[in-house]
Design a binder for this molecule. Sequence first.
Ligand SMILES: C[S@@+](CC[C@H](N)C(=O)[O-])C[C@H]1O[C@@H](n2cnc3c(N)ncnc32)[C@H](O)[C@@H]1O
Length: 296
Amino acid sequence: MRAHAATSVAATKPQPLPAGEFGYSIEDFEFIATTLYEDAGIHLPSTKANLVYSRLAKRLRKLGLESFRDYCSFVGSSDGADERAQMIAALTTNVTRFFREPHHFEHLKDRILAPQLKDIRSGQRLRIWSAGCSSGQEPYSIALAILSLLPDARAYNVRILATDINVHVLEMARRAVYTADEVRNVPVELRRAWMEQAGSGNVRLDDGPRGLVTLRPLNLVGAWPMSGPFDAVFCRNVLIYFDEKTQMRILNRLTSLIRPGGYLYLGHSERLVGPAEALFKIDGTTVYRKLGGVEQ
Ligand SMILES: C[S@@+](CC[C@H](N)C(=O)[O-])C[C@H]1O[C@@H](n2cnc3c(N)ncnc32)[C@H](O)[C@@H]1O
């Protein structure tokens, strides 16, 4: 893609742009927004122009560039592929926390785990996908919920796949070190059982939860190497960054990887759009169930 080949993605009314350390024009913003949309499906309205400046300023500083025009030319060039990935990562929003929307984890225990415990102990597989897992709090909350009912889960065919487009947050998830404040939502008995001291007041998830989680880079608008089926998919607070067309495509692909009778968990402000709606019956507000026997 050429620098400044803007499409209509960002073509809403522009805001005043920051007059700061680096030259920055609406054409620069449009190039960045278009690249982000093409590569990651993320839709950035022009109201985010200031946010783009502040998130990328440190990249320009690091590269010794003087203007966003130079940055866009570099990102659009054949030498700029790595920086393009860095740019995408810098523009993702990674806010997350342990046991966010706790009712999802209660649902997972009551409706998926408890009824299958006996079969899982007899070798039946259990697969859960945290799609857009950020720095690991979501997949580790899933792991802790499983361990609370099945403390020897690692001995069985139980796996959690955790994926994200941003390799920096995946690295944080791999380290699995969190501050005392970050783990305050984790029930104290789970903290005692599955976390160890990591110095400076931090804690680290131990082998129990870490051993259940497989972390992989994956772009939800790219190729998906896995074939499923999953008993449950957590795709929470991710679809909100996509336009409706992209949401619909991803929801249909997710649906095809969930086993009949399996569940999809969305974030509290998200909802099903388009034809995927026909494939799920609503079971609570943001929990959806794949109809038994319905395949795409
Ligand atoms: C706000 S966080 C949500 C984290 C977690 N699911 C939760 O609800 O707490 C959104 C995550 O989606 C990831 N993301 C955004 N676009 C993506 C894409 N195209 N493919 C994969 N992950 C993406 C971001 O990197 C970010 O870590």
